[in-house]
Design a protein. Sequence first.
Length: 264
Amino acid sequence: MREYDIIAIGGGSGGIATMNRAGEHGAKAAVIEEKKLGGTCVNVGCVPKKIMWYGAQIAESFHHYGPDYGFTSSGVQFDFAKLRQNREAYIDRARSSYDGSFKRNGVDLIEGRAHFVDAHTVSVNGELIRAKHIVIATGARPSIPTIPGAELGGSSDDVFAWEQLPESVAILGAGYIAVELAGVLHALGVKTDLFVRRDRPLRTFDSYIVEGLVNEMEKTGLPLHTHKVPVKLEESEQGITIHFEDGSNHTASQVIWLPAAVQM
């Protein structure tokens, strides 16, 4: 049985930072991760999203602001495969930096899924690992509504797995991630519609921020649909059809759920 002073279950931002700091202070530490180091932020969150955001910003500059500065958008082509290739290369470089920090701080990486045996022992790939302190840093997962056909919709993880952009996408959610992805995909040329359950997106934000956002969405032609509560998703010849509580429906090539997250 391996023994440590402290281990983290989860190799995302929290687990990595905590174990590196523990190692700096002389503790025998380890990170247990079943997938890729870096967690949501590096692999399917902040980092890839910002890279796509910068791409969308360039596209918007060409198409909306270029003429004011003497540039024309005619003939400009967008290669999503190239953006995706460079995005993944950037993420790979970010992940590779963790090896160096672990070695400097004496932190072990244990690959696999941890299961608690008791308060100080976990089992990983059949091996028992014991520690005085165990940090649970497993992150969160999307809280998908339990409605018929919900499995036909994807999450933000699926967006970053796309090898090519769809013709159209319907985003169901009112939070900042939903708003950001809707804006990015719209700017990159995807027919994008944003659906929110109540009267506006970002309901908990200051009103002037929401007003500015809605005005910008109108200016750029990104459709915002309010008071839309989905009750069923089903496949159709045109893609995936969303049926709403008010009797209306909408069809898109892809549907992305972006509700609140729940702890894993």
